[in-house]
Ligand binder design. Sequence first.
Ligand code: ADP
Length: 397
Amino acid sequence: ERRWRNTRRILRKFARDCATPVPKLWHLANDLVSDMEAGLVSNETDLSMLPCYCVPSLPTGDEKGLYYGVNLRGTNFFILRARLGGKDEPASELHREEVSIPTNLMTGNFKVGKELVKDMNQALENHGVNMRVSTLLDDTIGDLAGGRYYNRDSVAAVTLGMGTNAAYVEPAQSVSKWHGTSPKSGEMVINMQWGRFCSSHLPITEFDASLDAESSNPGSQIFEKLISGMYLGEIVRRVLLKMAQETALFGECVPPKLATPYLLRSPDMAAMHQDTSEDHEVVNEKLEEIFGITNSTPSVREVVAEVCDIVAERGARLAGAGIVGIVKKLGRIASRKSVITIEGGLYEHYRVFRNYLHSSVWEMLGNDLSDNVIIEHSHGGSGAGAIFLAASQTQNA
Ligand code: ADP
């Protein structure tokens, strides 16, 4: 009984520490706006706010033709092709081929941007392929381009997968740290690197602090460590480990595998969280499969599901606050529609996470204003953004 009370006590404290009431979300959105402003002036700031000078223009929606994109993702390489039909025509004939990169090619020197493009073009030429790589870009920028092809009111793209990032369109004259020529369009795409955002208003618990301290990059990517698919399961694991150690949640012995960092991945966390079966049968199966825990009772499983809920809700609401921050920075909340394109496995496959994100935006803006912020899942799926960028680079060059 006493142990059970202690479990509930840890759970309640964790929920309190993770809480993201609307005023806190607004503090965070406002802090993000200040950091964005600072990052447009100087390079010495938390947010990188990188001007993407290699994207002089985003698609207008009028692009027509057959385009190719290449997406480099971990150990795989995706080749994509689609036909763009111009105004009001969705991309058609989307074709995607996955090629795994041979391990002997994974060991070369690290190359940044231009050099890699040069090598890729040389290789295409050596193989007699009449095709050129025009630019190499972060996925999030591709998603922004995809959003723009479909809607002129697309102002930002957010990636929520293993990692998280955001990119948006800023009037070029606001980017005072940029001294090069301004693009003809008068707009600059800004790669925010928002995973680096940090604020005293972020609800950081003892579990997040230890995760960060023991990570390969302590003190950096703090926003990402609260939000992205890479970390959500790990936060849950840390909470469960403390409960196992201090309140014998899973019995007298602490299950050894529960002490293994990053063993719980976000798809398994989502499966446990979204388990609607009687007695949380999925939680039971996952606990056994991942941690070798065979003795969980329905009420223990309920606690596990609650921990998942707290972690997912916090991450999703923080991402929602970030989105509201971007729209506020652009001064569009009350005046115009803004379309935000979201891409990534976490958003796509974790339904409850997605719902929490949407409701945080709605809670922050209220009924009337939230109609102005339209959140869309990206068109064409992961990596397809490259096709839209290829189109805009060739047609609007
Ligand atoms: P990337 O690895 O480039 O971020 P994706 O955008 O496809 O690729 O995102 C994959 C990530 O999305 C996974 O690492 C995982 O964190 C998360 N994810 C994938 N499927 C699910 C799921 N069913 N539930 C929760 N998270 C998921």
